[in-house]
Design a protein around this ligand. Structure first.
Ligand SMILES: Cc1cc2nc3c(=O)[nH]c(=O)nc-3n(C[C@H](O)[C@H](O)[C@H](O)COP(=O)(O)OP(=O)(O)OC[C@H]3O[C@@H](n4cnc5c(N)ncnc54)[C@H](O)[C@@H]3O)c2cc1C
Length: 403
């Protein structure tokens, strides 16, 4: 069910934003995007006493807990667990939800326009539209490669696995492009699901897999890939993707690789709604923010999550989650006309899903791999699922499975 509610207490269209530090005449907070940054900001703000009217604009019906997408693919978790509906998550919390996309923002008049043609005004605005896959303009990626970010992507991959397992022809091959965390974790799960029905290859243009990862996790990932006969082709650049082949550039020269399917996990692109006047972006297109998460030169517009560019911060759910609670406090401060506080990241560690029932983690002084790490990772994410009641429903489901 779609709830479409405009924020109460909206300002007049011509109302200019007051100077920083002055309370906002119109308190309404509009959050654009209901992923890790946006949804958790909304949930955290809604817990504050006397919070301003709050509207979340998000086009999808379900929130998606992306770090557990691999377990949805493998059937180790269920769809409702990692993709709860927004209407259920937001019910009774004082957060209005508009199922729509924001296309344009006029910072001068503090107004925005949605894809469905609605016009809304805001007192403070949060941009949390995240990232999407990046084709880098390589021919054939958009037409032929599968992605791994959405529920539809998971369904397509499940169908592919089923087809490959049924056909069992010789030399069936899935190529996964990008040996970052998504590529490596996906390769392990796919290899387990395929049970030898197809070869899985990881294509990486750099020298190694997981260049940013902790050494222990990288070693565990290498072992997990070896155990599953996943071949890593490093220093290997994709030149083009065809319906049944990849054209590659390797140290030995150009090569053509026959494939049953290609899954593209390399690179992120950022397409926030158009903002007037145009905000400053970094070299990969993220919006540049101050430590308070306000856009440079804009006191009433914030960015959070993958879209927000701060030095030395990777685009992860962990960063977005922590920024959300800082931002909720800053929105309250902004609402009251108080000075805002800077965001400080607290690195809680790193976890990797490495095949069915296996994981690796480095966190809180602990390094652990295998089935115990898998269970710990699941429990850690249980405490991060949105909303206490959803966490309890999921925990009850797991207890029922075990009993
Ligand atoms: C497969 C996968 C696995 C991952 N695993 C991990 C992990 O293990 N650990 C980790 O820390 N990170 C992980 N990440 C990264 C993590 O998921 C992201 O860093 C995080 O989701 C960023 O949150 P966000 O709110 O910025 O964006 P998102 O969570 O992507 O949310 C953006 C939201 O904005 C909405 N939106 C987009 N455009 C508009 C618009 N114009 N108007 C309104 N709404 C809009 C989208 O529908 C979406 O709901 C993973 C990512 C992927 C893809």
């Amino acid at each position: 069910m779609t709830r479409s509610v405009a924020p109460r207490n909206t300002p007049s269209p011509e109302g200019r934003g007051p100077a920083a530090g002055a309370p906002s005449a119109n308190g309404a907070v509009v959050i654009v995007g209901g992923g890790f940054g946006g949804l958790y900001t909304a949930l955290s703000l809604a817990e504050q006493r006397d919070h301003p009217p709050l509207l979340l604009v998000e086009p999808q019906q379900r929130f998606l807990f992306l770090p557990l997408l691999y377990e949805l693919l493998s059937g180790e978790l269920r769809r409702w667990e990692i993709a709860p509906r927004y209407d259920a998550l937001l019910a009774g919390r004082g957060i209005a939800w508009l199922r729509d996309s924001v296309v344009r923002i006029d910072a001068r008049s503090q107004r925005l326009e949605t894809a469905a043609g609605r016009e809304l005004s805001y007192g403070q605005l949060v941009l949390a539209t995240g990232a999407r896959g990046h084709s880098f303009g390589i021919p054939g990626v958009v037409e032929h490669a599968l992605g791994f970010r959405t529920l539809a992507d998971v369904e397509r991959l499940q169908q592919l696995v089923q087809q490959l397992r049924q056909k069992r022809r010789p030399l069936q091959r899935i190529a996964i492009v990008g040996a970052g965390p998504s590529g490596v974790e996906l390769a392990c799960k796919l290899a387990d699901l395929l049970e030898g029905a197809a070869v899985v290859e990881l294509i990486e243009q750099g020298p190694t897999l997981l260049p940013q990862a902790r050494a222990f996790n990288r070693e565990q990932a290498e072992l997990a890939l070896q155990r599953r006969d996943v071949r890593l082709r490093s220093h290997c650049r994709v030149l083009a993707v065809g319906s049944d082949h990849l054209r590659l550039e390797t140290a030995q020269g150009a090569e053509q690789l026959a494939v049953s399917a290609v899954v593209w996990t390399a690179g992120l692109a950022f397409q926030p709604p158009a903002v007037e006047p145009a905000p400053q972006r970094d070299r990969i297109g993220r919006l540049q923010v101050r430590e308070t998460l306000q856009l440079l030169g804009q006191d009433r517009i914030f960015a959070v999550g993958d879209l927000a560019s701060l030095p030395d911060l990777a685009p992860t759910a962990q960063v977005a989650f922590q920024q959300a609670s800082c931002l909720a406090q800053n929105l309250m401060r902004g609402h009251r006309g108080e000075a805002l506080h800077p965001f400080a990241f607290n690195d809680l560690g790193e976890m990797l899903s490495l095949g069915r029932g296996e994981a690796s983690l480095v966190a809180g002084g602990v390094t652990l791999a295998g089935p115990a790490a898998f269970q710990l990772r699941r429990l850690a994410y249980l405490t991060r699922l949105p909303g206490r009641s959803h966490q309890l429903r999921v925990a009850a489901g797991w207890l029922a499975d075990w009993s």
